[in-house]
Design a protein around this ligand. Structure first.
Ligand code: SF4
Ligand code: SF4
Length: 94
């Protein structure tokens, strides 16, 4: 699943630079995640980096985008042609 930023976001700016897929950007009022680019960090890290840094825990999974680990890996491959998934994300489940 892609993740989603809720309206509890305080616009602290710390998550945007941590996203390895460039999926986070400032929206009209709060930061937003592009579900087409969010892989839950699968392919890069063993846990979602935005969730790790967010001080208010406002980034749950987006139920509108159910995806398996294989689908997230396929999204990673499309976003990063020729790049191999990191070993660090090997144990991450969907
Ligand atoms: S989970 Fe990873 S890929 Fe998805 S928005 Fe957060 S940092 Fe980016
Ligand atoms: S880290 Fe959390 S509170 Fe800060 S901008 Fe990102 S989603 Fe909003």
């Amino acid at each position: 699943m892609a993740l989603i930023i809720t309206d509890a976001c305080i616009n602290c700016d710390v998550c945007e630079p941590e996203c390895p897929n460039g999926a986070i950007s400032m929206g009209a009022e709060i930061y937003e995640i592009d579900p087409g680019k969010c892989t839950e960090c699968v392919g890069h890290f063993d846990e979602p980096q935005c969730v790790v840094v967010c001080p208010v825990e406002c980034i749950p999974k987006n139920p509108d985008y159910p995806e398996t680990r294989d689908q997230l890996l396929a999204k990673f491959a499309n976003l990063h042609p020729g790049k191999q998934p990191s070993d660090a994300s090997a144990g991450q489940v969907d």
